[in-house]
Design a protein around this ligand. Sequence first.
Ligand code: MLT
Ligand code: MN
Ligand code: ZN
Length: 297
Amino acid sequence: MFKALILGAAAGGGLPQWNCGCENCNLARTGQIPSSTQSSLAVTMDGTSWVILNASPDIRTQISANPGLHPRSLRDTPIAGVLLTNGDIDHVAGLLSLREGQPFSLYATGEIHEVLAANPLMQAVNPEHVPRVPIALDEPVTLLPDLTATLFSVPGKVPLYMEGETVQTDLEGEQTTGVHLQAGGRDIYYIPGCAAVTDRLARRLRGADMVFFDGTLWRDDEMLAMGLSHKTGRRMGHISMSGRDGSISALQDLGIGRKIYIHMNNSNPVLRPASPERAEAESAGWTIGQDGMEITV
Ligand code: MLT
Ligand code: MN
Ligand code: ZN
């Protein structure tokens, strides 16, 4: 049976973010709303062997918090592999915490492997023990017995630290991908970063059993309105939940079994369980992901 475990439901920065005094971050600091670590999902078929989708900077605490990921002998891990959907810091920095000579496979597109290979720090995750496995777009690979993953491009941009003078925010290529997991006849999608739901993406998601989707912002101008940043969601390569072009509307009539938001920025009002925005998302059939949430299909 396929099981997904949300290791971290927050976007980069987490909730609370170290330097953020916004309402949500303060509520999380005082325990009035749940805190949340950064973007990562663990998947398994047998509860024994796991693959981690995106290695967040919080991976050490995430592994500690989840007994299924603990070593079973002197030097050991149930983590057979790590798959990256892009090269963003909130998805790759955790690799540096997995550098203790422990073998596992590292899956990503060729372009993302190139980005990592260009960074000498990443050599600390020794390729002799951690083979780099390039995944071609739209070609299934076996992650675990009975579990395949197919990476496909979704609109997005290059990682923030690779941005040049001008940035294309709806780039479709190997830099920003979604994952189609196929497990025992079930179709599960994991898309933590996505700038827009194109017709092609909507067709792909139609009838899926479960979709984990980019929940970064509620409103495109949310961070500007709160005085947190000069960037819109669009500029960051993230579609918003609400509005005519938002993900609630775009995924509304696709016959998707379960819809779960992940990668939520700490500014997002849905992180407050009693907020009207949360009620609106839930009444549209969405679950707001939370650290430690387990979903079986
Ligand atoms: C994003 O999701 O937009 C990135 O994680 C931003 C970042 O790298 O901080
Ligand atoms: Mn991110
Ligand atoms: Zn904040």
